[in-house]
Design a protein around this ligand. Sequence first.
Ligand SMILES: CC(C)(COP(=O)(O)OP(=O)(O)OC[C@H]1O[C@@H](n2cnc3c(N)ncnc32)[C@H](O)[C@@H]1OP(=O)(O)O)[C@@H](O)C(=O)NCCC(=O)NCCS
Length: 205
Amino acid sequence: MPPPHRCCGTASPESSRRRPPVVHHDPVIPVLRTDRLVLRPLTPADAPALLVFRSDPVEQEHNDPPLRSLAEARALVERLAADHHAHGARHWGLVLRDEGGDEVVGLFGYDHWSRPHARAGIGYDLSRRLWGRGLASEAVVALLDHGFGEMGLNRVEAHTNAENAASVRMLRRLGFWQEGTFHEHFFENGAFHDVALFVLLRRDR
Ligand SMILES: CC(C)(COP(=O)(O)OP(=O)(O)OC[C@H]1O[C@@H](n2cnc3c(N)ncnc32)[C@H](O)[C@@H]1OP(=O)(O)O)[C@@H](O)C(=O)NCCC(=O)NCCS
């Protein structure tokens, strides 16, 4: 399976551009709860909130290109829903419990889920105002519990820009280990960049 362009996250699977989608009839994305967070399925009404953090060029430096309009945010929500129905991808909007509302401030999920081989890729993206509080780690642990539990995964992969220090540190601290590097895997801002492949196996936990 080829890695995404430059990171884990919400990139559309390569295969979706080549083959007709296989429908798995898997409409249910459960709500996940932690001490500080609720991870819930996205709805079209979340597009304006997604636009707030996914349009931040600093936040998106190592992730997908920043969103430029509400229309692009709506299209992202639609594509994630389509990927869910076609490929079993599961994406959650992150809501902070102590903020009391229901505004999505992060996007976390599984893409590239291969059921026969019990493996999937993980992606994560948190509003910049919330960085450095361990919130993304808390969310990823909830995703891993769900992935190795209900989804029956044996292997979780994370492709991350090797220069994304926060992402690399978080993955290592959660027990992921670096299986390899896609050297000079993408070209951006006048230079080639490496993508690191991190892995967590069921037996590693
Ligand atoms: C990666 C990301 C989700 C981390 O969110 P977070 O809530 O700040 O993460 P955590 O606090 O749980 O853990 C981050 C770790 O990286 C460390 N860190 C943060 N910035 C760092 C930096 N510039 N250099 C080195 N380490 C850094 C933190 O200290 C922390 O480690 P520690 O707990 O051992 O001290 C967040 O930075 C983000 O959303 N980035 C933009 C989107 C993105 O790049 N996604 C990944 C695509 S592959």
